[in-house]
Design a protein around this ligand. Structure first.
Ligand code: NAP
Length: 252
């Protein structure tokens, strides 16, 4: 049997697993054998649907509500995963929001909300997971950043800062815990067809797509497959890296 990219006997937490990219990642990891904790903040129905889909095909999954920007809620999420499935091997920090506006209009609340949901959440969940992973001498942390964190994007000073922050965080953490066999990597998606793009007008979207060498939006499943690789045993010698899954948009 070819068990390439198998995640049998692995336990994964996917933050923001209720919708969009996180949903696809949860389904992909479960399809490869992982038991998955599907975290959500507000979309309980959508999160439960993801869990049902996994269970209906014989997979293992559980749902857990937590606002991961809250430190103690994030600790609770990781504790739940370990208590429910007995271990934790994979953490995907995917939860994220946008509050786009030009800096002259950006409120302190817009800044704080985005930094907390995207960057502080990554710290909150990673800190709890690392404690477990370094004891077990095994772990895969994957942070979902953005091409906006690499290139910058007008109207997204808060979002771009949070996403660039995730990249710096990941490189520092990768160096801290490599000796314990825990890898930390980043996917930087380009424009992916999810609800997060719903605030863009068709004209904005059209102009953005002109910047994509492959000439189209990406699909959530295209991020999920790259995620499955980076959290697999086959990616054991990859850490501190940023993989652009962006149709070529962010290439240097
Ligand atoms: P989406 O469709 O809007 O989904 C966002 C997910 O994050 C939802 O499941 C949401 O859960 C969850 N979430 C938000 N805040 C949360 C919090 N405080 N605690 C727990 N969960 C929270 O967005 P998406 O496009 O899939 O984006 C997923 C990730 O990819 C984000 O980090 C985003 O920045 C990144 N990304 C997306 C694109 C793109 O073009 N789509 C491009 C680059 C990077 P609830 O609904 O339950 O609140």
């Amino acid at each position: 049997m070819n068990d390439l990219l198998s995640l049998n006997n692995r336990v994964a937490v996917v933050t923001g697993g209720s919708r969009g990219i996180g949903r696809s990642i949860a389904l992909e990891l479960a399809g490869r054998g992982a038991a998955v904790v599907v975290n959500y903040n507000k979309s309980s129905g959508a999160a439960e649907e993801v869990v049902k889909m996994i269970q209906s095909t014989g997979g293992k999954a559980a749902v857990f509500q937590a606002d991961v920007s809250d430190f103690s809620a994030a600790q609770g999420l990781i504790k739940f995963a370990v208590e429910t499935f007995g271990d934790l091997h994979i953490l995907v920090n995917n939860a994220g929001i946008t509050r786009d506006t030009l800096i002259m209009m950006m409120s302190e609340a817009d800044w704080d909300a985005v930094l907390d949901a995207n960057l502080k959440s990554t710290f909150n969940c990673s800190k709890a997971a690392v404690k477990h992973m370094i004891r077990k001498r095994y772990g895969r942390i994957l942070n979902i950043s953005s091409v906006s964190g690499q290139m910058g994007n007008p109207g997204q000073t808060n979002y771009s800062a949070s996403k660039a922050g995730q990249i710096g965080f990941s490189k520092a953490l990768a160096r801290e815990i490599a000796s314990r066999n825990v890898t930390v990597n980043v996917i930087a998606p380009g424009f992916i067809d999810t609800e997060i793009l719903s605030t863009m007008t068709p004209e904005m979207l059209e102009s953005v797509i002109k910047m994509v060498p492959l000439g189209r939006k990406g699909k959530p499943e295209e991020i999920a497959f790259a995620a499955a690789f980076l959290v697999s045993d086959q990616a054991a010698y990859i850490t501190g890296q940023v993989l652009g899954v962006d149709g070529g948009m962010g290439m240097m």
